[in-house]
Write a protein that binds this ligand. Structure first.
Ligand SMILES: Nc1ncnc2c1ncn2[C@@H]1O[C@H](COP(=O)(O)OP(=O)(O)OP(=O)(O)O)[C@@H](O)[C@H]1O
Ligand SMILES: [Mg+2]
Length: 1018
């Protein structure tokens, strides 16, 4: 090693991997691979314990996550925590279930390969909690839309439902999953969850009819009794007290301190509709749950001749109602058996014992099949609704862990067999992936010694020779068979197998701890004695045919679905339970093998469900059977630490002058240069194609120490570099500023010169500033005449721009004008041409709109309208007509049509004035409303000039002149107007200003019009 390393405290192993970790995260090692003494189980457990004490429940073995159940709520599952783990590399941050979730998700997205997360551990170790946390992580962090959010909701809501029906309190776990669960979550190409599917394995049905002391039946029974409303219980014929039900009293444990059945009932009832259960389906489901309780209370009596009869008829009545079956047929089927002998059907009575077990078998079958129906129903709700191209899957396996009880039966046999299979898979996949990595990196693989449990799997599952085959054979064999004969068969076939022992085959020492009814399997995880009692029955899992027949006829749709008619007709024996389980496991293995696995290994720190207690013996046992030490050995046999070249170089480049601050050559050469400078010995490391593999943690720690020691030095280098750069940058900016000021001053001096190098900067600046200012201060409307004052330099351009802008605004304005408004404008323009600066009252008229007519339609007499016929009235207004002689005022209506105007006195048209004949219109220049329409007096029809007064004289005269197309004929007289009274005789109207409007006879027979100075007389 180079002297560089001596800078660190020699011998001290710093447990630092990445800078993002806090001191607390560094308790122990966060990856067991970095344990110096990796062969020592004690060191392994000590590391677990140290971290557990600090509530650091997660630790890695490479990419496997080891999780210790804290038995208390930790503040590490919040949304901000989820965000912390998003898109972050495994080693950069403290170990967490979210890191596994996120890495799996990213691997699925980037490598487009299906993934699975296998969660294992013994009962109560936290498997189900872990799987829920993973699901929640995906529901919260994955991209979604409304549809997907609903799916996420259903995925999450399926948990409480499945737990209510499939979980129960056991001695080990208050919420123990009594079935295995594999769940696929499907993601579309965008990485959004789009579907899900659940596979369930081997529900522990025997719990329905029997519970060990201190244990309970499935949660749903207690939830229903505690949470169900009074009315509901009445319809189900149930009482609230669970002690009343035989199937709930066996364990003598009706209540749980840790959970509220009532609350959970509410949660389940809320979840069912979310998953898509109709009200009717929920009712039918509850009917079935209640029926199971009533079945348990169905009692039998024994008659004098040994016949069995039912003593609780009310139960049969309830059952008939709730299951929708015929009561007497059910009673009959519970006490009799249908046999087919020589093609003939015979009914034979059941003994008391047989009746009890037929009843229990029915309860188990009903509950078990309903559970399967429930899973199917959830699957329908989670099913991928639209086929999504390029979708990938993440599978989650939460399956019962290895189980060793005081008395182990068929169920434990199946569970432990399942764990053997998973161990096989684990060995196969971890070794394989490890080996694959060495191969792709071109590094020679060194074999590791590990126990291959294939021999045990074969012992159990091999065709014809395995325990399951022998069990099946024994079940099918005609003649007297019983559990003991099965044990004998096992001894005959398997005696001498290294992993199989019975009382008879064992040596003296073992014999003492085994009963005669037991066989012992030496599992990879330890020895387990199985009692053969009940093996045949449970494997047979048979239900009398006549009970099946009764169930087929149920009118409860769920039961109809669960008990198919074909099953009764079909004479072929269904597969035995163990074989069914074996086959479903085979399928599961296939599913898992096709995916990239990640592992979560759960450990239970104590049996008392207590926080903070670390029971070393218990933990050691789990570490052993989870194969964690082997896992670690496999991982370490090769190399403790591996890193991509770029990451390694990036982190440690300050340790070598050639690679610091940047390496420009090939990455592998850079790493090579770096490690040889650090003095790595050849046996300490290997270079692959894209990664460096470091064999011993110590090498890495020493390198880390060196980096730590080097940091102050690096900091000084970086600081001085940074300060220098800042100073240089500041000086440069100052220089640039001085130069700018100089150019500006010079430009100002030369500003009146032609454009030349001396003033170009200044002039450009002036232009630019004006245009910039103009852009922000352009007039917003045509009427706004403001315009920024331009500097002389751009005066001409500014004027062009002003005109362009005005034209533009005008154009925009015109485009927006409506036809009505256009007409108004045109009339206003004509009014302006006629009256502007000519008549006093004109300015006041400008702001007021011309109306289409001053008369309502009903104000014009119908007779007049009829007389006008096709000549429609375009405009009408009330006027006063003054007689030409005597100037008597007469109220009239003046109506304009397209070709003539008429004066109307109520119903009569008094005068018609053809526009074509009209000679002119005269008005005064004052503010009065008097005007004269000049008509030829020689033409009798037209009757000569007319003197009129109108309050809207400007509007009226404009319209009249426009319609008559005689705008230029309007004459505005300042003092007086002459008009023709009769042929050759003239009348005169004099206009004067006065205090108030007056129209009266004046001197010399003139009409005198006094108009107010500012009256709105238009
Ligand atoms: N991460 C955790 N944080 C807090 N409590 C936990 C955590 N994991 C587990 N627990 C506690 O431990 C109990 C048992 O956990 P869980 O039900 O997940 O066990 P399991 O491994 O699924 O057991 P089984 O095989 O019986 O189903 C939980 O009900 C919870 O109280
Ligand atoms: Mg569980």
């Amino acid at each position: 090693m180079s002297s560089l390393f001596n800078l660190g405290k020699s011998g001290r192993v710093r447990l630092v991997m990445e800078s993002a970790l806090t001191a607390r995260d560094r308790v122990g090692v966060q990856d067991f691979v970095l344990l110096e003494n990796y062969n020592s189980e004690a060191a392994f457990i000590e590391n677990l314990r140290r971290r557990f004490r600090e509530n650091l429940i997660y630790t890695y073995i490479g990419s496997v996550l080891v999780s210790v159940n804290p038995y208390k709520e930790l503040e590490i599952y919040s949304k901000p925590q989820m965000e912390r783990y998003r898109g972050v590399s495994f080693y950069e941050i403290s170990p967490h279930i979210y890191a596994v979730s996120d890495n799996t998700y990213r691997a699925m997205r980037t490598e487009r390969k299906d993934q699975c997360i296998l969660i294992s551990g013994e009962s109560g170790a936290g498997k189900t909690e872990a799987s829920k946390k993973i699901l929640l992580y995906y529901a919260v962090t994955c991209p979604t839309n409304d549809h997907m959010a609903a799916l996420g909701d259903r995925l999450l809501q399926s948990n409480p439902v499945l737990e209510a029906f499939g979980n129960a309190k056991t001695l080990r776990n208050d919420n123990s999953s009594r079935f295995g669960k594999y769940m696929d979550v499907q993601f579309d190409f965008r990485g959004a969850p789009v579907g899900g599917h659940i596979l369930n394995y081997l529900l522990e049905k025997s719990r329905v009819v029997h519970q060990n002391h201190g244990e309970r039946n499935f949660h749903i029974f207690y939830q229903l009794l505690d949470g169900g409303e009074d009315d509901l219980l009445i319809t189900l014929d149930l009482e609230r007290n669970p002690q009343k039900y035989q199937y709930l009293v066996k364990g003598n444990c009706p209540r749980l301190s840790s959970v509220s059945d009532k609350n959970n009932w509410k949660v389940v009832m809320k979840a069912l509709p979310v998953i898509g259960f109709t009200e009717e389906e929920v009712q039918k489901l509850l009917n079935i749950i209640a029926s199971v309780l009533h079945l348990g209370n169905t009692q039998f009596g024994e008659g004098e001749e040994g016949e069995t009869y039912i003593t609780t008829e009310t139960q049969i009545h309830h059952l008939s109602k709730l299951m929708g079956v015929d009561g007497s047929a059910l009673g009959e089927a519970l006490t009799h058996k249908k046999l087919t002998a020589k093609g003939e059907e015979m009914i034979s009575p059941l003994s008391f014992e047989q009746a009890l077990s037929a009843r229990d078998a029915l309860a188990k079958a009903v509950y078990g099949r309903t559970f399967t129906w429930l899973v199917e129903k959830i699957n329908q709700s989670l099913a991928l609704k639209v086929h999504s191209k390029g979708s990938s899957v993440i599978g989650l396996l939460d399956i019962y862990g290895f189980e060793v009880l005081q008395h182990n039966s068929f169920e434990q046999f199946c569970i432990n067999y399942c764990n053997e299979k998973l161990q096989q898979l684990f060995i196969e996949l971890t070794l394989r992936s490890e080996q694959e990595e060495y191969e792709t990196e071109g590094i020679a693989w060194e074999t590791v010694q590990y126990f291959d449990n294939k021999i045990i799997c074969d012992l159990i599952e091999e065709k014809h020779k395995g325990i399951i085959s022998i069990l099946d054979e024994e079940c099918l064999r005609p003649g007297e068979t019983c559990d003991v004969s099965f044990l004998e068969k096992l001894e005959d076939a398997l005696g001498g197998h290294p992993h199989f022992v019975t009382h008879k085959l064992a040596n003296g020492k073992t014999r003492r701890v085994m009963s005669r009814e037991e066989f012992r399997l030496l599992h990879y995880a330890g020895e387990v004695n199985y009692n053969v009692n009940g093996f045949l029955d449970k494997n047979n899992d048979s239900l009398n045919r006549n009970l099946k027949e009764v169930m087929c006829q149920s009118d409860n749709q769920i039961l109809q679905h669960c008990f198919r008619r074909e099953e009764v007709i079909d004479q072929k024996r269904p597969e035995m339970a163990a074989t069914q389980f074996k086959n479903s496991l085979m399928k599961l293995m296939e599913i898992l093998m096709s995916k990239e696995p990640s592992y979560v290994r759960c450990i239970k720190p104590n049996d008392a469900k207590q926080p903070g207690r670390f029971d070393e013996v218990l933990v050691r046992h789990q570490v052993k059977y989870l194969g964690l030490m082997e896992n670690l050995r496999v991982r370490r046999a090769g190399f403790a630490y591996r890193r991509r070249f770029e990451a390694f170089l990036q982190r440690y480049k300050p340790l070598c002058p050639e690679t610091w601050p940047n390496w420009h050559g090939r990455l592998s050469d850079g790493v090579s240069t770096l490690v040889s400078h650090l003095g790595y010995k050849p046996e300490e490391y290997k270079l692959g194609r894209s990664k460096i593999f470091i064999r011993f943690p110590k090498t890495l720690f020493t390198t880390e120490d060196a980096l730590e020691a080097k940091k102050p030095e690096i900091v000084i280098v970086i600081q001085s570099g940074w300060r220098g750069m800042k100073a240089r940058r500041r000086a440069k900016r100052r220089r640039q500023a001085a130069e700018l000021i100089r150019r500006f001053i010079k430009g100002f001096i030369y500003r009146h010169e032609e454009y030349c190098p001396e003033n170009e900067y200044f002039l450009d600046h002036v232009r630019y500033s004006f245009l910039k200012n103009l852009r922000q201060n352009l007039p917003k409307s045509v009427l706004d005449k403001n315009w920024p004052t331009p500097p002389p330099l751009v005066a001409e351009a500014s004027e062009h721009l002003r005109r362009m802008h005005m034209r533009n605004m005008t154009l925009k304005y015109c485009r927006r004008v409506q036809p009505e408004w256009k007409k108004q404008m045109m009339q206003k323009v004509e009014a302006s041409k006629i009256f502007k600066d000519q008549k006093d009252s004109y300015p006041q008229s400008v702001g007021r709109l011309f109306l289409d007519s001053r008369l309502e339609r009903e104000q014009i007499n119908l007779k007049v309208v009829q007389t006008l016929g096709n000549d429609k009235v375009q405009y009408g207004v009330s006027v006063i007509k003054y007689d030409r002689r005597g100037f008597k005022p007469r109220p009239r209506q003046l109506l304009l049509t397209n070709t003539f105007a008429v004066l109307v006195d109520r119903t009569k048209i008094k005068q018609r004035m053809d526009y074509s004949a009209m000679r002119g219109i005269s008005v005064s220049s004052l503010s009065d409303g008097v005007f004269v329409v000049h008509m030829p007096s020689e033409d009798n029809k037209q009757k000569g000039d007319v003197v009129l007064h109108c309050s809207h004289v400007i509007e009226l005269v404009t319209k009249l002149a426009m319609m008559a197309n005689k705008v230029s004929y309007v004459n505005i007289s300042p003092g007086s107007i002459r008009f023709a009274v009769a042929r050759g005789k003239e009348g005169i109207i004099d206009f004067v200003r006065g205090s108030e409007l007056k129209v009266a006879k004046g001197k010399r027979g003139h009409l005198l019009v006094v108009s107010q100075s500012l009256l709105p007389a238009w």
